[in-house]
Design a protein around this ligand. Structure first.
Ligand code: ADP
Ligand code: MG
Length: 484
């Protein structure tokens, strides 16, 4: 999935722009005080205004406005002091108002930029076109009866941020990297939970194709509601190949809205593309334009946490991490928090290897997230301390970590129980060396006649004799003396 499709008449390049709907983290909805908790009984989180009862008026929730501004700042975007809520008119059974309150010509956030991490370790900037606030719709339930549908309005009126990218994305991988990065940023900011499975983030992908080297964009199709990274990538790949086939056969792409069917792994027409004028947008007369003071924005700015890009730069600068390790750690907030806790206590080089290579490696294998790691940051610090003060070697420490992952016990306890303390007693090591030398007279002779490479053999034998517990530096030093 490189972003290039090989056709019969040459190579084609993907052009992709994403629209992400991110549910705002807030206890109440955008224009009502109804709660937003996930998994509530159907129609329990519904205020009269969400059900569009006659005469009910929307009242803007300041928390949702701050969250949108906070997200905009995290995307290095322009915050608009003046923005307007519009009615986007369309009928849908789960939209009792008959319109969605959204923002059209004057969104709360304008142009920004999001830097994605590519597989080869480089980064690429993707333009953000805008971010606007809008209401979510309710949900139609068809599985309860063969003859009727039910409506659940719990989600109706929940605040969404629609975040629109420029068509700067060129492959399914870049699209996934974009969504991952966006998810990391909103999680760092605490403005959206980012869980795609729970519908907290949903993604529409716009895809068009052009011949490699061409500068004009082709006609695009929009694939709606992709709810996992994997489906996002598969849907784009399928859609790209579908379009190439049409184009190469002399056809034209109809600009339309399509759905991805994960079971069949294909996209299908949902409706032909509606134009903005179909929605009869107009400013909502129930809501005043939103006027933000510079102070309001400034206060949110002061309160921003360190974001992934800054954190990555700091890790490289302050602790000497390479770009790859730094990206892996900052990729999600929970692992960065974990690393911060470890690196504040022990040597940065050890912290990096033990968190990335050793801990993450084991968690990946177990398919366990860092949040549910059986070994806490404090426990990993305990293990690294034992390496730092030469109680155990790095090699033994790997076995100890395995046992910690299984049992959740502290490193100290495991080392005590299993008698894994490193032998630094030079007398004991010297004895082992004497025995190895006595047992291998021919190897000693070869070594003395100039076969230097055999030194490694002797180190190995001594380590083996100690059950891996001899201090390697001491073994090297004493062995040199004994042989020379
Ligand atoms: P609409 O309002 O009809 O959804 P927009 O102009 O807002 O249209 O664009 C929606 C998304 O489509 C944006 O993410 C944009 O980057 C993307 N896009 C626009 N033109 C193209 C194109 N030719 N190919 C792929 N994506 C495109
Ligand atoms: Mg759109």
């Amino acid at each position: 999935m490189t972003g290039i499709v090989k056709g019969n008449t040459g190579e084609w390049e993907m052009v992709i722009g994403l629209e992400v709907h991110a549910q705002v983290l807030s206890n109440a909805k955008l224009f009502s005080g109804a709660p937003t908790d996930f998994g509530a009984e159907p129609n329990h989180n519904v205020a009269l205004v969400d059900a569009a009862m006659p005469g009910m008026l929307p009242v803007i929730n300041e928390v949702c406005v701050s969250q949108a501004v906070r997200t905009g700042l995290g995307l290095r975007a322009r915050i608009n002091n003046h923005s307007v809520f519009d009615r986007k008119n369309y009928f849908y059974p789960d939209l009792p108002q008959g319109y969605q309150i959204s923002q059209y010509l004057d969104p709360i956030v304008g142009e920004g930029v999001l830097s994605i991490e590519l597989e080869d370790g480089t980064t690429k900037d993707i333009g953000i076109t805008r971010l606007h606030l809008e209401q979510d719709a309710g949900k139609s339930l068809h599985e309860h009866s063969p003859t009727s549908s039910f409506i659940d309005l719990n989600r109706a009126g929940v605040a969404l941020m629609e975040i629109v990218s420029e068509p700067d994305i060129r492959s399914p991988e870049e699209a996934a990297a974009y969504v991952k990065k966006l998810r990391a940023i909103v999680r760092y900011l605490g403005t959206c939970g980012g869980d795609m499975e729970k519908g907290q983030m949903r993604c529409d992908a716009n895809v068009s194709m052009r011949r490699v080297g061409e500068t004009e964009f082709g006609t695009r199709c929009e694939i709606k509601n992709l709810n996992s990274m994997r489906f996002l990538q598969k849907a784009i790949q399928y859609e790209a190949e579908r379009q190439v086939e049409i184009l190469e056969n002399g056809g034209e792409i109809d600009q339309e809205t399509r759905l991805y069917d994960a079971t069949a792994d294909e996209t299908r027409t949902m409706r032909s593309k509606e134009d903005a004028h179909d929605y009869r947008y107009f400013p909502d007369p129930d809501l005043l334009p939103l006027e933000l003071t510079d102070d309001f924005i400034e206060n949110i700015k002061k309160d921003l946490p360190e974001l992934p890009d800054e954190k990555k730069a700091r890790y490289m600068e302050q602790y000497g991490l390479n770009a790859y390790d730094a990206s892996v750690i900052v990729a999600d907030k929970a692992s960065a928090d974990y690393f911060d806790e470890v690196v504040s206590e022990v040597d940065a080089r050890l912290a990096t290897t033990w968190v990335t290579a050793e801990l993450f490696g084991r968690l990946n294998k177990m398919e366990v997230s860092i949040e549910s790691s059986p070994v806490s940051a404090a426990q990993l610090v305990g293990l690294i301390r034992l390496i730092e003060d030469n109680t155990i070697s790095g090699k033994i420490a790997k076995d100890v970590l395995d046992k910690m992952m299984e049992s959740g016990k502290d490193a100290n306890a495991i080392v005590e129980e299993q008698g894994l303390k490193q032998v630094t007693d030079t007398g004991a090591i010297a004895e082992m060396i004497d025995k190895v030398i006595a047992d291998n007279p021919d190897k000693v002779a070869e070594y003395k006649s100039g076969k230097d490479k055999l030194f490694g053999f002797f180190v190995g034998q001594v380590m083996k004799a100690s059950g891996g517990k001899a201090n390697p530096a001491a073994v090297n030093e004493l062995l040199k003396k004994a042989l020379d």
